[in-house]
Design a binder for this molecule. Structure first.
Ligand code: CA
Length: 76
């Protein structure tokens, strides 16, 4: 569970309003910054995928869980 701190810096960059949750709006801004345009709908879908608690927002834990599983490429 300490691994979330590893992603905290990135998370804080995305969480532009600093409320500790990443919203679809913030995700749109992130993708734009990365040079990848997404619609509000696409962002909302992405948030829904990552959002395991069902509150419609991405917490640091959910963000870290996503990054660690996605980037690991299935390797143990
Ligand atoms: Ca936020």
């Amino acid at each position: 569970m300490a691994e979330t701190t590893e992603y905290a810096a990135t998370f804080n960059l995305v969480d532009t309003d600093g409320d500790g949750r990443i919203s679809a709006t913030e995700l749109v801004a992130l993708m734009k910054a990365l040079g990848d345009e997404v619609t509000d709908e696409q962002a909302a879908e992405a948030v829904a995928r990552l959002d395991s608690s069902g509150d419609g927002l991405i917490s640091l834990e959910e963000f870290a869980a996503y990054l660690s599983t996605d980037r690991a490429g299935g390797a143990g």
